[in-house]
Design a protein around this ligand. Structure first.
Ligand code: NAP
Length: 498
């Protein structure tokens, strides 16, 4: 086949990748963006299969069959809550592929590898190998097979930086003399070790950033593979993946007030491990779904703060139904979405979109944080770290410095979770013990279904009572003064103006 045709396929694929990536800018266009990128990938594969260097297809078919079966099983059986781990392991597979291609090319051509080719190969295997183990470590931490908190030991920075310097030294030595085969494999080994050491001291609020960074490394390794084997579409796709992942990690670092150096170089500036204090007994206010429904019935303004627990409980439909019921009662309802809520970037947006919650109801911290103090109820659904005031005040906390949602400033804070256990960062949350906080223990979905049922019954009763009294109300809301419930924390339940 005329080689110009490969370029046509590759050019079309590159255009589709770029437009697909642009589509991911907004939840409205994200689905279309994904389809475009998928079409681009299909064209890139077809274009590559048409190349005359490919003389046999049987091994490719075996690979495609096994890969498709594994990919389909992962997509079908892995729950949404395990998506971050799935992404981490996919980065590891991508990096493994890039590293193996690099090793194969080196094995085939050494010692006759020119300096430019060796530079591309060096980048490919070094970035690839550290991404393999770094992503496996991230998978282990997210799957809770390894401690999720930072693992810190003495001279950690010195060890990591020395190893890094050694790997770079070997890389330079190979550019000078590509025939030094043992140095090549030692560099691969050093890369694998660096991946482990880089992710070991990262935990808590830095995990989302490190995931984006590993994505970037896998992309850059793929771009280097493209240079090494002379494949333009791999260069374009890898560069897009690499740079977008890098920008995403920088933006997330900035949004969360984390040190980017900390994430890039592991323990540099990592939070100190927490010291165990004496056991302290504190009390919390425990409410039932009935109490919660009573307070929500009266609220004029509600901000819902979803978190990882909403994903675990699969409570997004129940949350959406509650929002609809409250809106029907005439309350103002908004959602406050923290950039790292859940376990992957955009986790809450995806779930709420699945439940058809309108985008106009979703607000980022900067847009909504000042409004909490004038809000009747902050309803925290399975969120913990993203509303933990320790991020503001507790300097030895892994959360310290991360901007949080100001749920604690609302008149009443209602927290739906199963226990007082801490969230991902392992930090106790003082919000649960505040006077204005009511804990409604239980699975978030079950609690919300109970609350929704009570609100529906209440609305039905109000409707029936108005119909029997012949009273017309445009929105079916009864305006009654509300008495304080004895023994409960003070709640501000204002009457809506008639
Ligand atoms: P979180 O701090 O992990 O807390 C989630 C809470 O949900 C837990 O405290 C848990 O408490 C509760 N929960 C679990 N299952 C539940 C259920 N069935 N019903 C009700 N509650 C349930 O979550 P977050 O506030 O969303 O914060 C996210 C954390 O993950 C941050 O530390 C972030 O840095 C980290 N992280 C984020 C990403 C990302 O990209 N978004 C990636 C990796 C890590 P109980 O066990 O008591 O129910």
């Amino acid at each position: 086949m005329n080689t110009a045709w490969f370029d046509v396929f590759y050019l079309a694929a590159a255009i589709l990748f770029i437009t697909g990536l642009k589509g991911l800018n907004s939840p409205r266009t994200a689905r279309r963006g994904l389809f475009l990128a998928e079409a681009g990938m299909a064209l890139a594969i077809i274009g590559t299969l048409l190349r005359h260097e490919i003389v046999q297809f049987q091994w490719i078919l075996v690979g495609v069959t096994i890969g498709s079966a594994v990919g389909a099983a992962m997509a079908i059986f892995m729950p949404m809550t395990a998506m971050p781990q799935r992404i981490a392991i996919s980065h590891s597979f991508g990096a493994l592929a890039a590293t193996l291609v690099g090793i194969a090319v080196y094995h085939e051509h050494a010692p006759h590898v020119d300096r430019i080719e060796m530079t591309a190969l060096g980048f490919e295997v070094l970035l690839g190998s550290l991404t393999i183990t770094g992503s496996l470590m991230a998978f282990g931490k997210l799957q809770e097979l390894l401690p999720g908190t930072p693992v810190i030991y003495r001279f950690q920075n010195i060890v990591t930086l020395t190893l890094f310097a050694l790997a770079v030294g070997m890389f330079i030595a190979l550019i000078v003399d590509a025939g030094a085969v043992p140095v090549f494999y030692a560099m691969v080994g050093a890369g694998l070790l660096i991946g482990v050491l880089l992710v070991l001291p990262i935990g808590g609020a830095d995990m989302p950033v490190v995931l984006a960074l590993l994505n970037s490394y896998a992309g850059l390794a793929a771009a280097a593979t493209g240079f090494a084997i002379g494949n333009t579409v791999l260069i374009v796709a890898g560069a897009l993946d690499g740079t977008s992942g890098f920008f995403l990690s920088m933006m997330m670092s900035r949004a969360m007030n984390r040190s980017f150096a900390n994430v890039l170089f592991g323990a540099v500036g990592a939070a100190k491990p927490q010291t165990q204090g004496g056991v302290e007994t504190r009390t919390v206010t425990h409410y039932t779904p009935e109490d919660a429904a009573f307070i929500l019935e009266q609220a004029q303004s509600v901000i819902i703060v979803p978190g990882y627990g909403m994903a675990v409980a699969q409570a997004q439909q129940a949350v959406a139904e509650l929002a609809t019921l409250l809106l029907r009662r005439g309350a103002q309802v908004r959602f406050a979405i923290h950039p790292v809520a859940g376990r992957m970037p955009g986790h809450m947006n995806v779930l709420l979109a699945e439940a058809n919650v309108g985008y106009e109801l979703l607000f980022e911290p900067d847009q909504i944080n000042d409004d909490f103090q004038a809000t009747d109820v902050a309803l925290v659904v399975g969120a913990n770290d993203v509303v933990n005031p320790a991020a503001r005040t507790k300097q030895d906390s892994p959360l310290y410095g991360m901007p949080i949602l100001n749920a604690d400033q609302a008149h009443t804070v209602m927290v739906l979770k199963r226990s007082l256990r801490p969230g991902f960062a392992g930090e106790d949350n003082d919000l649960f013990y505040e006077r204005q906080t009511m804990m409604v223990f239980g699975d978030a979905k079950a609690t919300l279904i109970a609350i929704n049922q009570l609100l529906k019954e209440q609305a039905h009763d109000e409707h029936a009572s108005m119909a029997s009294n012949g009273v017309a109300s445009p929105n079916g809301v009864r305006h009654e003064p509300v008495a304080d419930v004895p023994g409960t924390p003070p709640t501000t339940v204002r009457q809506r103006p008639a």
